[in-house]
Design a protein around this ligand. Structure first.
Ligand code: AMP
Length: 582
């Protein structure tokens, strides 16, 4: 591990965009990136792609949201494109969960749409037969969770001898889920001359140890660990809203409806997003215009002129397009995505709070981007307040408040005589207060009716319970003794405290698989986390006896887990799960 690099800050010079082409990527991939609306590489991509293209091993410290998937996928695709056709897989990407396996598979498909390569996602819980059939037919890239990968390796259905590239994605999570031994077992069976890339959000000693054993002279990459020099203007108030991807559009509208901002910059990652958001905002009655690198100078000038003149309330832009823009009156900056680096965040929100004025910086945060935001908070040494999205009732109250204020203004202007005839006619028949209330009801009707009026489901912020990425709950393969009291010591359900968070009542699950079947704690953590989509940190102690095992899980989730695991296999065998009462 000789080389060590800190990724430099995103360039901020006007018009300076190093671009993907300068990284050594081939035309076919560049075309794909262009069609996806990517304007420039993220810092991790800028640093990781060139050495990976030359075949170097790589140790990258990067969390989700930094663009790491493209950072390892693009070089992998370029390498595979030059190989002679073969039936055994050329690349193996190991990921901790089924969810991530699906996500990475989709990303590889997206980035490799010109390459015509066969990709297969292999994860536990899913039926094994279609995976066997696909593997037999031949695939180029396998994206797998370690347990299921090992299962296939033992069945000799996943052959590793022709692997050129192995990627370990979210390696710390894989270790937390108890996959350390599985990873070792898999890597030992891969060819020595393979290229290996390991990505991890944190670098505990256990990751360094894996890297020492399985990576050869890797380039080390880390996205800025130093505090960000530019800092955040003290007058900018920063807020984050945790929201599921599916509700982001609705959340953006809700926040805008509440804030009623006059001049707002909305940032997103790609050209496609700029176009989509702009049309969505316009269809909801906002005056918005898009700005991205694909527009010519005349188009950009027109958009900027209209924004400066106040004819446009919202400017929806990519980072590249907004670079070098001199706009002085932005009251709100909205990050539709958490930007891929702290520097990009500082650059974005530096657009508001200028000239001694206050400003608002608002970020929509998908749960998977939550750690990225915490990193930004730490490196910019500023506070990002996590808030709950306004409800429909909040919005209605706000609308009425605004109508009330407008009515007061009109009353003060005394310029409403022409409406008095209607009022006189109505008050002959109705109570004047009722007439006024009906008029307010009429005024409060929105153009799009109930469309924007859905409640947006709240998401629990686990990061508030585990305040920093370095303090993410660790998931060692837990021996029963590690988890506190043994079963049976207490008449009431045991409880688990998540580092300062609320105490969670726990229930115990009984699995009909024990040492005799060769199960290990990681098998249970993997199955529960994958199948029941449960964060592995919520799983309590595990006790493995000769022919059964006991696993503690949050009491309120126990029934759901039993239901889902009823269809699951562990170590290739159907396993019965039931509630265990002491
Ligand atoms: P990842 O960290 O790999 O999960 O990527 C986070 C998100 O950023 C994904 O939605 C990608 O599609 C997107 N993304 C990755 N690289 C870029 C880029 N260079 N420009 C714009 N969006 C990107």
């Amino acid at each position: 591990m000789k080389q060590s690099k800190n990724v430099p800050p995103t360039p901020t010079m006007k018009g300076f965009s190093p671009g993907f082409a300068s990284l050594g990527l081939e035309a076919a991939l560049l075309t794909t990136l262009e069609s996806l609306g990517y304007e420039e590489p993220t810092p991790i991509q800028r640093e990781a792609i060139p050495p990976l293209l030359t075949g170097r091993d790589l140790l990258g410290r990067a969390a989700t949201g930094t663009g790491k998937t493209a950072a390892f996928t693009l070089p992998l695709l370029q390498r595979l494109a030059h190989l002679a056709p073969q039936t055994n897989p050329s690349a193996l990407i190991l990921v901790p969960t089924r969810e991530l396996a699906i996500q990475v598979t989709e990303a590889v498909e997206r980035y490799g749409k010109q390459q015509r390569i066969a990709i297969l996602a292999v994860y536990g819980g899913a039926a094994i037969r279609p995976q066997l059939v696909a593997l037999k037919r031949g695939v180029n890239v396998v994206v797998a969770t370690p347990g299921r990968a090992l299962d296939h390796i033992r069945r000799k259905t996943l052959k590793l001898q022709d692997l050129q590239v192995v990627v370990l994605d979210e390696a710390d999570e894989m270790l937390n889920m108890g996959f350390a031994e599985d990873l070792d077992a898999i890597l030992q069976q891969t060819p020595k001359e393979r290229q290996t890339a390991l990505f991890s959000a944190t670098m505990p000693p256990r990751i360094a140890s894996i890297a020492r054993r399985h990576l050869q002279d890797p380039v080390e990459i880390q996205i800025a660990k130093e505090p960000v020099k530019a800092g955040v203007a003290p007058l900018v108030h920063q807020t984050g809203y945790l929201v599921a991807r599916a509700h982001k559009g609705l959340a953006l509208i809700r926040i805008l409806d509440m804030a009623n901002p006059k001049s707002t910059l909305v940032f997103c990652r790609t050209r496609l997003e700029v176009d989509e958001l702009t049309s969505m905002l316009n269809s909801r009655g906002y005056r918005g215009e898009g700005l991205h690198g694909g527009m010519n100078q005349a188009q950009r000038d027109r958009v900027m002129q209209s924004f400066r003149a106040g004819q446009t309330d919202l400017l929806v832009a990519t980072d590249v397009a907004a670079r070098g823009l001199d706009i002085s009156h932005v009251s709100h900056v909205m990050n539709y995505d958490v930007p891929s680096s702290p520097e990009a965040y500082v650059h974005r929100i530096g657009r508001t709070g200028r000239a001694g004025r206050g400003g608002e910086a608002i970020s929509l945060v998908e749960p998977r981007e939550r750690w990225l935001l915490q990193n930004i908070e730490r490196l910019t040494k500023s506070k990002i307040e996590m808030a709950t999205l306004p409800t429909v009732a909040d919005l209605q109250a706000k609308r009425l408040e605004r109508i009330g204020a407008s009515i007061q203004e009109i009353l003060a202007g005394k310029n409403f005589d022409q409406f008095k005839t209607v009022v006189n006619t109505l008050t002959e028949k109705f109570d004047p207060a009722d007439v006024a209330a009906a008029a307010i009801q009429l005024a409060s009707r929105t153009k799009d009716g109930d469309l924007a009026e859905q409640e947006i489901p709240a998401i629990r912020d686990r990061a508030q319970e585990n305040p920093s990425p370095s303090r993410r709950p660790r998931r060692e393969p837990p021996g029963w003794a590690q988890g506190g009291k043994p079963l049976g010591d207490s008449a009431r359900p045991p409880r688990r405290r998540d580092r300062g968070g609320p105490v969670t009542p726990m229930a115990t699950l009984h699995f009909s698989a024990g040492k005799g079947m060769g199960v290990r704690p990681g098998d249970f953590v993997g199955a529960i986390a994958n199948e029941a989509n449960l964060n592995s940190s919520l799983i309590g102690p595990i006790k493995i006896s000769d022919d059964f095992s006991l696993v503690k899980v949050p009491e309120d989730l126990a029934q759901g887990i039993i239901k889902v695991l009823g269809r699951t296999r562990i170590k290739g065998k159907k396993v019965k799960v039931r509630l265990y009462r002491e």
